[in-house]
Design a protein around this ligand. Structure first.
Ligand SMILES: C[S@@+](CC[C@H](N)C(=O)[O-])C[C@H]1O[C@@H](n2cnc3c(N)ncnc32)[C@H](O)[C@@H]1O
Length: 210
């Protein structure tokens, strides 16, 4: 299997062109996410990809820092921020694991369509908990491909992804269930204040540090 940066660098140009598959679900979770933020907030986004969500959030917060393991994704995000003249969104290359260890001082942390792609995501949740202030939000959306709500497709994913990985056509994937995913957040210390499937395959979870 290719390392994450190599895999995602290669798919970055196509990823930047791909339309969002379920726009209604995307817009719904974007609005829900904005409802937890205030104009003075500093936000860290892990696995920001080409920065689309960070750039939509930027007008609603003091600043947002987007991080991603792939330099090619970050290059596209920086170009998009410059083209749009958005100054309070900055981007840098970092693994989620390193980003969770600082140095950013933040009020909210995001990880969208990321944590099923990261080995040992549970440990990162613990570091995110430490970096947030009391009352801070950790907002994630995670395809839980091992959950029974995915239906028979979960067996297809489990059968197809390993050979694709062998040929370098798929990244590392963890097959979370909803319970396993939400238990990991609770184990880190978070309280779950909102959760739902938007779109059906993806678990949107708003977790708060009490
Ligand atoms: C499916 S894309 C999601 C991008 C964006 N968050 C979105 O929702 O469109 C996954 C992103 O996670 C990044 N990624 C994968 N493994 C990572 C890791 N260990 N640390 C940080 N970013 C990672 C990839 O480079 C890619 O940009």
């Amino acid at each position: 299997m290719k390392d994450a940066a190599t895999f995602w660098d290669k798919v970055a140009p196509k990823y930047a062109q791909d339309p969002i598959k379920d726009m209604a679900a995307y817009e719904y979770t974007l609005e829900r996410t904005k409802s937890y933020l205030s104009a003075d907030d500093r936000v860290l986004e892990m696995g920001c990809g080409t920065g689309s969500t960070a750039l939509l959030i930027a007008p609603h917060v003091r600043e947002i820092v987007g991080t991603d393991v792939s330099p090619a994704m970050i290059e596209i995000a920086v170009a998009k921020a410059n083209a749009a003249g958005i100054k309070n969104a900055t981007f840098r290359t970092s693994t989620a694991r390193d980003a969770a260890k600082g140095p950013d001082s933040v009020d909210a942390v995001f990880g969208f369509n990321l944590f099923h792609l990261v080995k040992g995501a549970e440990d990162i949740f613990v570091d995110v908990y430490k970096m947030l202030p009391k009352g801070g939000y950790f907002i994630t959306k995670t395809p839980c491909l091992g959950d029974k709500s995915v239906g028979f497709k979960r067996f297809l994913f489990q059968a197809m992804i390993p050979p694709m990985q062998w040929f370098g056509k798929a990244p590392y994937v963890h097959f979370f269930t909803h319970k396993e995913y939400e238990d990991a957040l609770r184990f880190a210390g978070f309280v779950i204040v909102e959760a739902g499937n938007f779109p059906a395959i993806s678990r949107y979870v708003v977790a708060r540090k009490p």
